[in-house]
Design a binder for this molecule. Sequence first.
Ligand code: GRF
Length: 228
Amino acid sequence: MLLKVAILASGNGSNAQSIFDNMNCGKLDIEIVLVVSNRPNSRVLKRAQEANIPILELDHTLYASREEFDKAMIDALQKAQAELIVLAGYMRILSSYFLNQFKDKVINIHPAILPSFKGAHGLDDAYNSGVTLTGCTVHFVNEELDSGAIIIQAAIPILSDKPLEELEARIHKIEHKIYPQAIQWFAQKRLSIVNGKIHFIKTNTLNNKICIHNKDAYLIWPPLENSF
Ligand code: GRF
């Protein structure tokens, strides 16, 4: 049985694209039942259309309150029978009402190594802070911003003589590997949350190779499986 996944995004959608691509080449046990954007005409909706995935444009500015907007979103996700909600550059805070409907079924990708550099400017904040390593994190979403159980992280060096855009491009490249992997672990029912931390079920294949990439200089933990 394929896991029914919905993607919520607001902009470019390069992470959504990498999920479509990994699904289309058979690496993910999922079907994408809906892609929703709160911003009309966003690039992510065009990408989904090109991949023949159902889309919904839900302009948040047309709703009187966050709750009303979230109710419309919940309605659409339930109609689509979504079992996992993937936030991929979704630039809105989800209400408790929303999260209660999808408890432990919402995941997000953040462009920094959590719990450092939470919030909407994690990438820039890390770049400007003087740290020498930053990266990206896939985590479950709870009611506290960027604070849910961490599934997978990557560490990436900051090259101080290079512009922010160069770092952003390298982070994106790794995001496109770790997000599909995290989704596949969820689809395989290998993730459970115990005391706010991820407990991996069937860890036999998880610890057999350290994923350090010398040429592109990054480290991913836990290691990727199945050539993501
Ligand atoms: C990514 O960097 C992700 O970490 C953050 O938003 C960005 C979305 O990029 N949450 P894209 O729209 O997937 O290209």
